[in-house]
Design a protein around this ligand. Structure first.
Ligand SMILES: CC(C)(COP(=O)(O)OP(=O)(O)OC[C@H]1O[C@@H](n2cnc3c(N)ncnc32)[C@H](O)[C@@H]1OP(=O)(O)O)[C@@H](O)C(=O)NCCC(=O)NCCS
Length: 224
């Protein structure tokens, strides 16, 4: 609580300062490591930075920072469109590359990325996004009948529980809509994950993409 009262006093000083100098841009800068956190309040006058106050190790700051940075799920917004498209291409070209040939990968995710087409597609699909520090780290698309279309985690964030976070949210939404099951055409790469999420394999499937055959698996999870 000491941090809070120090913070309140500093806050009053800042209000007075900012009120007296309305032309100054005002910003907060957070710092943190495992043991400490602090926030600085700064103004800028023509590029010169003045530090005009700070909190240190306030419980309130630690709480708000961890909310900010921990991966969490949000609804799609158009501002995330390019990041979602980038994840699709980067993940396929690096992670799925383990299990598919170059020809298959290029048929699945041909470059260059058509960002306009992705924006239109995502406006329709409205995926669930996993966000960490205001950056998209994964996305999943749940359709009306329980079909999961795209489901990708950023290649730099694999095996950190992001897929589980997204799948839990997709399942929660599917149950809310009283859907009978979830199902997907699952890549060779993603099959162990879907297994871990209690999906079972219905059958192996061959999918034709831009003239190239890719193996995947029809998998499903009843929701009753
Ligand atoms: C499949 C994918 C979405 C999983 O996302 P992820 O965030 O890495 O998965 P999680 O960390 O939430 O994994 C949850 C559990 O699934 C299982 N799992 C995930 N990946 C696994 C793997 N490669 N091998 C074995 N088990 C795996 C584990 O049980 C894991 O729990 P653990 O890490 O505590 O052991 C991700 O690997 C991916 O983007 N793959 C490439 C894209 C793709 O093929 N998408 C599917 C198209 S249908």
């Amino acid at each position: 609580m000491a941090g809070l009262s120090r913070g309140l006093i500093t806050g009053v000083l800042i209000a007075a300062f900012v009120g007296a100098a309305p032309a100054a841009a005002y910003e907060e800068v957070l710092y943190a490591d495992n043991a400490h956190s602090s926030v600085e309040f700064r103004t800028r006058h023509w590029g010169i930075v003045d530090i005009i106050g700070w909190f240190e190790d306030s419980d309130i700051q630690v709480e708000s920072m961890s909310k900010n940075s921990a991966p969490h799920v949000v609804d799609y917004e158009p501002k995330y469109s390019n990041q979602v498209a980038d994840i699709y291409y980067k993940t396929i070209h690096t992670v799925n590359r383990r299990d598919y040939s170059e020809e298959q990968i290029n048929a699945w995710a041909p470059l260059p990325i058509d960002y306009d087409a992705w924006r239109k597609r995502l406006d329709q699909k409205r995926p669930v996004l996993a966000i960490e520090n205001d950056t998209v780290v994964g996305f999943g698309e749940l359709e009306q009948d329980g079909h999961i279309d795209c489901f990708y985690v950023h290649s730099d964030h694999q095996r950190k529980g992001i897929g589980r976070l997204l799948m839990d949210e997709i399942e929660r939404r599917a149950r809310e809509r009283l859907l009978a099951k979830l199902y997907a055409e699952v890549s060779i790469t993603a099959r162990p994950f879907f297994h871990a999420m209690d999906f079972t394999t219905v059958r192996e499937n061959e999918e034709l993409m831009r003239g190239v055959l890719l193996t995947n698996y029809i998998m499903e999870k009843p929701l009753n």
